[in-house]
Design a protein around this ligand. Structure first.
Ligand code: FE2
Length: 285
């Protein structure tokens, strides 16, 4: 698989015209060394401590993009406003928890001081402003484990399917916490395809249940390009950028931390899965 070009991260976070042009053309830009690797290691150690303390010993909920079992799950919906743990579909009933988890989410950035500090800083605020955010709101955080051997495949999708605003404003910020490459399930993108339509929308129906429906039949027909990353690298991608990652069949974990931002001026539908109570509103920096 060919690879996306990468830039050395700007020291102050402000994307240069070349970086912005790459983002606009491809819907994704890779910034090498954006975060301090030591801060990534601190976040990793902290997460493992949270897992040991708080994650259930046996699966309370499974997260899979192939079967979408979580979409009918109250535990999933409640995770909009707490810190929840989702197991891999192939997880065994016993063994180290971090080696069986798919992800932790979705409100660490608002509820945990270590995640808050990693997620809210001047450099990231500057990056968001340079991308055109007038009123950025961090709507969710996810720590992704992609454990050795069983880290599940993530099928090609667009994040605006799940984080929909009018007009569209969702942007993903993906930090490599471990090195990610072709062997352990690095992200891959279809460059330029964010200029096309949103294909699917996940929304709450009249019955109150979440369902994903096709809103545009246009296939994702181009060849994906790999975005390998090392600890501290940041991949910024458009909410309509189609992306995916292969299963991790290697012996190495592939931890990553993702934030999603939307613009406060855009409408956030009541039909979106992610709803916050009045005492925990979406916040910016
Ligand atoms: Fe995604």
């Amino acid at each position: 698989m060919s690879r996306l070009p990468a830039f050395a991260a700007p020291a102050d976070g402000r994307l240069t015209p070349e970086m912005l042009a790459a983002y606009e053309a491809a819907g994704v830009v890779v910034l090498k060394g954006f975060a301090d690797p030591k801060a990534c290691k601190t976040l990793r150690d902290h997460t493992l401590a949270l897992v040991e303390r708080d994650a259930p010993a046996a699966p309370a909920s499974v997260f899979s993009t192939t079967s979408n079992v979580q979409l009918t799950d109250d535990y999933f919906e409640r995770s909009a406003a707490n810190i929840s743990f989702f197991f891999e579909e192939e997880a065994t009933e016993t063994g180290p928890k971090a080696a069986r988890l798919n992800k932790m989410g979705h409100a660490m950035h608002d509820l945990d001081p270590v995640f808050d500090a990693f997620s809210r800083n001047e450099k990231l605020a500057t990056a968001a402003a340079s991308l055109g955010f007038a009123d950025p709101r961090i709507v969710q955080s996810m720590y992704i484990f992609k454990p050795p051997g069983i880290g599940g495949e993530v099928v090609c999708h667009q994040d605006s399917t799940y984080l929909y605003t009018e007009p569209g404003s969702c942007v993903g910020f993906w930090f490599a916490i471990d090195d990610a490459d072709e062997e352990n399930g690095a992200m891959a993108f279809i460059p330029g395809a964010h200029k096309g339509p949103l294909r699917q929308l996940n929304a709450r129906g009249a019955d109150g249940k979440l369902a994903t429906r096709v809103i545009d039949e246009t296939p994702f027909d181009s060849v994906p390009v790999l975005a390998p990353a090392q600890r501290g690298d940041l991949v910024i991608f458009h909410g309509r950028a189609p992306h995916m990652s292969a299963a991790n069949r290697s012996a190495r974990p592939r931890h990553a931390y993702t934030l999603h931002m939307v613009d406060g001026a855009a409408r956030w539908p009541a039909e979106n899965w992610l709803q916050r109570p009045d005492d925990l509103p979406f916040r910016g920096f």
